[in-house]
Design a protein around this ligand. Structure first.
Ligand SMILES: Cc1ncc(COP(=O)(O)O)c(C=O)c1O
Length: 441
């Protein structure tokens, strides 16, 4: 049967991820082009990108260096097998990446997404302990409201109920820290909140409950993004680090969102001055243009695997597209763009302006909390009684119609613009949002 792209039921075959499919297909929102800070829609409107695509397009859209690198790579070497073979850009990217990573992290394992980076880090943690003769350390600790992607390891250590409840028993041997959201004490904090560092001490109880000898790793987002921007209370991450150190437990920071300049330093570990044993990253690694993730590990962890006979594979793990040449080319060009334009620290310069702009929304209807760090902002709305998420969703749709792209999760509006944003564009983003908040029921 002949098919026409303009027919409404042409939207039928694509089962959209994390989307209310039926609602979307009745009133689709289509993006057809992008450049710099803006998208263009299929009806010719310009939309200011307030979320860097999906927390990933940190250098803005259609950056020439990145586009050209991908084009060149596709023509030169489209694919190379990553098992027992390699291509030069994989090594080059790993070297550049550990150059900008926090100092203790010296090796990079490539994946194709944040979810895969998380699975890889959890597996490395388990295998590391076993390699060292400490194979009873099998338990993994995550946190309520944590988001670590959508694969089984990630949803097991993750703490977003909707992402877990449909999918069976998940991984066994997982426990969770409490989340750090405490609006009663911390609402409208500017930057990291004052109260709640003691919530890290519950790790001590969890470790004691299971016995330290059974715990492999703790994984947390330094700043929880997908759940709606939850910031670590002052001193919280330091306490987690100290407890992990005390008990020989590995600490993994999931920096899929915070990596690559989002909060004003290359990684959140740098910003907070707390060094994990592994970092998972993705998104900004290639400016979101080609799927890629990575796990950055300490030398001791890497070297623990390098002890057996030299002809034996040290880690039975990897993906067909690990260190894919196109992704490596995109990654190298992205890191170059960040360096050329000092983007990995630009959020620190803009943070005070961003903070003031965001907090100017205080007092508008339904706004019950505002949170910010670097170029991340969260605006929490009072849910409509009996219809949670509806109010924020309606703000999201109106915002898109008014020419700004924001994101909502539950009744929280999350924003994370490309790091190239100018002050006038911050005014446009927050000014438009303010107008919408004044009109929404
Ligand atoms: C902290 C964190 N970890 C993991 C992921 C999963 O990344 P991906 O969607 O690339 O699999 C995300 C995605 O938003 C994330 O924010």
């Amino acid at each position: 049967m002949e098919r026409s792209t303009s027919r409404p039921n042409d939207l039928d075959a694509f089962w959209m991820p994390f989307t209310a499919n039926r609602q979307f297909k009745q009133a689709p929102r289509m993006l057809v082009a992008a450049e710099g800070m803006r998208y263009r829609t299929d009806d010719g409107r310009s939309v200011l990108d307030g979320v860097a695509g999906l927390w990933c397009v940190n250098a803005g859209h259609a950056r020439p260096k990145i586009t050209e690198a991908i084009q060149r790579q596709a023509a030169e070497l489209d694919y190379a097998p990553p098992f027992q073979m390699a291509h030069p850009k994989a090594f080059e990217l790993a070297t550049r990446l550990v150059d900008i990573a926090p100092e203790p992290l010296t090796h990079a394992f490539f994946t194709n997404s944040g979810s895969e980076a998380v699975e890889t880090a959890l597996k490395i943690a388990l295998a590391y302990h076993r390699t060292k003769g400490d194979g009873a350390r099998t338990r993994l600790i995550g946190r309520e409201r944590g988001y670590h992607g959508v694969n089984f390891g990630g949803i097991s250590v993750g703490g977003i109920v909707a992402n877990r409840k449909m999918f069976g028993t998940l991984l066994s041997g997982v426990d969770h820290l409490p989340h750090t959201h405490d609006p009663a004490r911390n609402a409208f904090s500017r930057g990291a909140p004052e109260h709640g560092a003691e919530k890290a001490d519950l790790l001590e109880s969890i470790v004691a409950l299971h016995d330290p000898s059974t715990i492999a790793a703790v994984i947390v987002e330094p700043v929880a993004g997908s759940t709606g921007v939850l910031l670590p209370p002052k001193g919280y991450l330091e306490r987690l680090r100290a407890i992990c150190d005390r008990h020989g437990v590995l600490l993994i920071f999931d920096e899929v969102i915070t990596g690559f300049g989002r909060i004003g330093a290359p990684f959140a570990a740098d910003y907070f001055g707390v060094m994990p044993d592994m970092i998972t990253c993705a998104k900004g690694l290639t400016n979101g243009v080609i799927p890629m993730g990575a796990v950055l590990v300490r030398r001791e962890i890497h070297d623990a695997f390098m002890n057996g006979p030299e002809h034996v594979i040290e880690l039975f793990h990897g993906y067909t597209y690990s260190a894919n040449p196109m992704a490596c080319a995109a990654g190298l060009a992205t890191l170059e763009t960040y360096a050329d334009e000092s983007l990995l620290t630009r959020a620190a310069e803009l943070a005070p302006y961003w903070e003031d702009a965001l907090h100017s929304l205080k007092g508008l209807p339904h706004v019950i909390d505002i949170r910010n760090l670097g170029l991340i902002g969260g605006v929490e709305l009072e849910p409509i009684a009996g219809s949670p998420t509806k109010r924020a969703y309606s703000v999201f749709v109106k915002a898109f119609e008014a020419g700004i792209l924001i994101r909502t999760t539950g009744d929280i509006i999350a924003m994370s613009p490309p790091l190239i944003i100018e002050k006038a564009e911050i005014d446009e983003l927050i000014g438009t949002l303010a107008k919408i908040l004044k009109t929404v029921d």
